[in-house]
Design a binder for this molecule. Structure first.
Ligand code: CA
Length: 714
């Protein structure tokens, strides 16, 4: 048994005896206990196991296993679990953040990168900081205006804003200490990921591969905001010398010298993990930009460092090793999913390993010293590759699934697992993993096939696969894979599932496991559930009437254990027009929920939606005009308002437009009259004639929806 395990075992005893030292203290009178918060540093995070009452970092500890030693809430007591307090987050967008809890204070983010400090016992707000993200930046965000949380370090709270700033706030007051711009503001970069902190540095990446950017992560001095290093994920302009040896190495794996103009991708938008054992940082890199490799790198090549786990020196950012999960990515298979660090006995030897389930459907176990591949088992079905060859360390692609013609491929762009956190129970040898299947039909872009011209367009999805014809292809391509959502207890060494729980919908929340033998997860059907970690049996369920994406955390103050989680769906489900049944039925009113034994608070029901599509104006359109309207809609509108003009519920459903909205449509779309509400103008991309074609398509879809509703009534 490791020292950490002994401490973990010991701490519940300490808790039972009422000794308050490791369990945190309360935030008296709504004030942040400044001394305690100031004291969060590397040593404290490294010894996080000695204070299980706190949740000090994104994945709780530097190892990011998201497994808590707290066990007051357990299989015996969980039936008494109830809502202790809740906070209305004044949000209708996706909520994805991991709350950080330090000495009775909770730091969490909401929509548009807003930052909050709450008393973790009462939910009382201590301070609030709004970075005032320009709302038109929403057009650059593929997957909602979400934020996955803060880092708390050295008396400051750090957040990355959607519009690419890294912001340092005073942990005690929420006042701005410094902010730096981390991006080229002329390109479509966004930040949604949580910063990480170690070695006096703050690490942050960014997203935007779907819009044509070059990915990277940067380390900033925690005190001053000065840039210390930057690691580029893919090569830049070949006319300039490569930034470093890693870029020289990577450039050899790209065959087309103009690929860099399209962005290249590899965006590091979620997982950045510090490893104290090797003083290195792991960067999880994203998909290629554009997705289609034939366009991105026509002559072939692996396209380093797309879809990779890259280890760099923490203090210098120098490349140490990499493992590419998906060479020559062709499917939006990011390796940005959460990474957990562990010591595991493998084939009789204790190894320091890294665990990740990237989008591509295989669960990887790597040696952290060298990047050596130790295991790669399917955690969901894959059609793009048959298996990972353990000799070469490479996936074996299935040529039958090349998409020169339209094809359903699994996993789809949502992956078999996405950013929603997993939890690692090392003692049990299991990973509790939220998996799903939801596919799109991939087809190489016809326009590019015709003329070989592919251009990046600012603020527009450019993937290299058919976006304009997507709604047609979804209907026409045979054998669509059946979507599923499934929480599994997965053995990463054998690839077997100990148990699995099927969810009613594919897009569900992150996971928390505890020493209390429980696994917590919220789902898109609006339930927050506790499962028996040994069997998967559902032991407790709370109806929240809101879909969940965010991972729960647990903490303890004054001897009371809490489970906290954000409720509110959205995120990557928006483009599909399907964020689950709750988002359709109710207004997506986001809440922060905290549960404890014998909690007695209640949660207001969200406002029910009027789902009756109103009468539409009569618009005469030829079939050719209708088709043109559909394609324009798919190109410019669907990414937020949903394919088939059916909204996920998170963004307004355009089929619900009444006469006054139809009247206002020109002002909204062409002149940006709702810019401040997050709907920027599109005068740079659309003219009045095109808008009328789009309107015609929306009306057609609205009428189809009305007809369907009548059929359903009969
Ligand atoms: Ca992507």
């Amino acid at each position: 048994m490791t020292v950490q395990r002994i401490i973990q075992r010991f701490s519940p005893l300490v808790m039972a005896l009422g000794i308050s030292f490791p369990l945190g203290s309360s935030a008296a009178n709504g004030q942040v206990p400044a001394q305690a918060v100031l004291a969060v540093d590397d040593d404290r995070i490294k010894q996080a196991e000695t204070e299980p009452g706190n949740w000090l970092g994104y994945g709780r500890t530097y190892e990011e296993q998201r497994f808590s030693p707290l066990d007051q809430i357990n299989g015996e007591t969980v039936a008494r679990l109830g809502l202790a307090w809740r906070v209305d987050m004044q949000s209708t967008r996706g909520l994805e953040a991991t709350p950080i809890v330090v000495d009775g204070v909770m730091f969490v983010t909401g929509e548009w990168s807003k930052v909050y400090a709450f008393n973790a016992v009462t939910g009382e707000q201590i301070w609030f900081y709004d970075p005032k993200v320009p709302r038109e930046w929403g057009r650059k965000a593929c997957c909602d205006v979400v934020n996955r949380g803060v880092a708390v370090y050295g008396g400051k709270v750090y957040v990355g804003s959607l519009d690419g700033r890294l912001i340092a706030l005073d942990a005690a007051t929420g006042r701005l200490v410094w902010e730096v711009n981390t991006i080229d503001r002329s390109r479509d970069y966004t930040i949604t990921g949580a910063p990480r902190a170690a070695r006096g540095l703050i690490f942050i990446g960014n997203g935007g591969a779907e819009y044509g950017v070059r990915g990277y992560a940067t380390a900033y001095d925690a005190d001053t905001g000065a840039q210390v290093w930057r690691f580029w994920a893919v090569p830049g302009a070949p006319s300039k010398p490569p930034e470093n040896e890693a870029m020289a190495l990577a450039a050899k794996t790209w065959s087309d010298s103009t690929a860099w103009e399209l962005g290249g991708g590899g965006t590091i938008w979620n997982s950045i993990v510090y490893d104290a054992d090797f003083d290195q940082v792991y960067l999880g890199t994203g998909n290629g930009s554009p997705w289609a490799r034939e366009i991105r790198s026509p002559g072939g090549g692996d396209n380093l460092f797309l879809s990779s786990i890259v280890a760099v020196d923490a203090t210098t950012g120098r490349y140490k090793w990499h493992y590419q999960t998906t060479p020559a990515d062709n499917w939006d298979y990011t390796a940005t999913q959460d990474m957990a660090l562990a010591d595991m006995e493998i084939d009789g030897v204790t190894r320091k390993v890294l665990l990740q389930a990237p989008k591509n459907g295989f669960f990887y176990v790597l040696d952290r010293a060298t990047g050596e591949l130790l295991r790669a088992h399917n955690y969901v079905p894959t059609t793009w590759a048959t298996h990972v060859d353990m000799e070469t360390g490479r996936p074996v692609e299935n040529p039958a699934y090349a998409y020169d013609s339209p094809k359903w491929i699994v996993p789809g762009p949502m992956g078999g697992h996405n950013w929603q956190a997993m939890s690692v129970d090392i003692e049990a040898g299991l990973v509790y993993l939220p998996t799903h299947q939801f596919s799109l039909t991939y087809a190489l872009e016809e326009a590019w096939k015709d003329d070989g011209v592919f251009q990046r367009v600012s603020g527009q999805f450019r993937l290299g696969i058919e976006v304009e014809r997507l709604s047609e292809l979804v209907v026409e391509t045979p054998d669509p894979p059946v979507p599923f959502g499934r929480l599994i207890a997965f053995d990463p060494l054998t690839g077997t599932q100990r148990w699995g729980v099927d969810q009613p919908h594919y897009w569900n929340g992150g996971v928390l496991a505890t020493q209390g033998g429980l696994v917590f997860q919220g789902n898109s059907a609006g339930y927050f559930n506790a499962y028996d970690a040994a069997t998967g049996e559902e032991l407790w369920s709370f109806p929240a009437h809101r879909g969940f994406l965010a991972p729960p955390v647990t903490y303890a103050v004054d001897g009371v254990q809490y489970i906290a989680v954000l409720a509110g769906t959205g995120g990557g489900a928006i483009p599909n027009g399907d964020a689950g049944p709750m988002a359709r039925k109710y207004r997506n009113e986001g809440y922060l929920l905290a549960f404890a034994l014998d909690g007695e608070a209640s949660l207001p029901m969200p406002e029910e939606r009027n789902q009756q599509i109103p009468q539409q104006p009569v618009i005469e359109m030829s079939p050719a005009q209708a088709k043109a309207g559909e394609r324009l809609y798919n190109r410019h509108c669907a990414v937020c308002h949903g394919l088939f003009a059916i909204s996920s519920g998170v963004i307004p459903d355009l089929r619900m437009m009444t006469a006054p909205w139809h009247e206002a449509l020109g002002g909204i779309v062409l002149h940006g009259s709702l810019k401040l509400k997050g709907m920027p103008g599109f005068a740079d991309r659309l003219n009045e004639g095109e808008l009328e074609l789009i309107r015609g398509y929306i009306v057609q879809q609205a009428n189809a929806g009305r007809a369907q509703a009548e059929v359903n009534e009969e």
